[in-house]
Design a protein around this ligand. Sequence first.
Ligand SMILES: Cc1cc2nc3c(=O)[nH]c(=O)nc-3n(C[C@H](O)[C@H](O)[C@H](O)COP(=O)(O)OP(=O)(O)OC[C@H]3O[C@@H](n4cnc5c(N)ncnc54)[C@H](O)[C@@H]3O)c2cc1C
Length: 234
Amino acid sequence: MHYQTKVRSIRCQDRAVRGVELDDGTVVPAEAVIANASGVGTYLELTHAIPSPVRSRLRRLPLQSPGICVYLAVRHPTPPPYLRFFLPGGDAWCRLLVTPAMLAPELSHDGWYPARLIAPMDHTMAETGGVEVQTALLNRVLSETWWQDHVGEYRVIDTRIPADWGAAYHLYHNSMNPVMTARFMRAGRLAHRSPYIQGLYLAGSATHPGQWVSFCAISGILAGDCVVEDLGTC
Ligand SMILES: Cc1cc2nc3c(=O)[nH]c(=O)nc-3n(C[C@H](O)[C@H](O)[C@H](O)COP(=O)(O)OP(=O)(O)OC[C@H]3O[C@@H](n4cnc5c(N)ncnc54)[C@H](O)[C@@H]3O)c2cc1C
């Protein structure tokens, strides 16, 4: 077990896995590698052995941004609904205020109640505009009255922009998943058993059945099943 250890690359030879190289240069030989990092990131950043048309196709996949988030403490319990959406109109995307203490008052702490303000963001805009544009959206949403009027007195506990999520969770290009376009879904998500590199298995985002906590365990099991089938032992 190597905790807190980054994999720099997946070593391949003759289109077959040979092991992984860690960030400190240590090479761990292996016949099989299960990557739980993003499937797209695994192919594009950790290996160099996939055909270039596949690389180009993966590079073109539109990605989803985690958007911005503000963690709030509000002074008074908020009235329903638990999820309050706001559509600003024009080109602006929706915003959401989540007030969980409405359903679970025991979440209150020293007379303050938790709440969360969330807004999605276009991935291309977030990446090309960088921290400046991401922070501008966060500040704009924070200054809006549709939620302030609803919660009354509040404190900002913490904030996250896409760059923060990406750094904290080592997300590929600050994204948790490719956008689930009809085209991507028709083409199928990335296979758990790599058709390009023998011995490489993918369990991370962009594999079947998809993102979300309930699904990510299933992709691990399906990738593990492929290893057992191929190596013939359990
Ligand atoms: C902001 C945000 C909010 C979300 N909200 C929800 C939600 O409310 N409900 C929900 O169901 N899902 C949510 N998701 C999605 C959820 O995070 C994922 O579905 C789930 O965590 C995916 O699990 P995973 O194991 O596939 O990937 P991850 O949890 O991302 O695990 C991948 C791991 O690989 C590690 N890693 C990456 N690259 C390397 C490398 N080179 N070397 C070594 N390790 C590496 C990362 O550090 C990470 O620990 C959210 C995601 C984000 C970003």
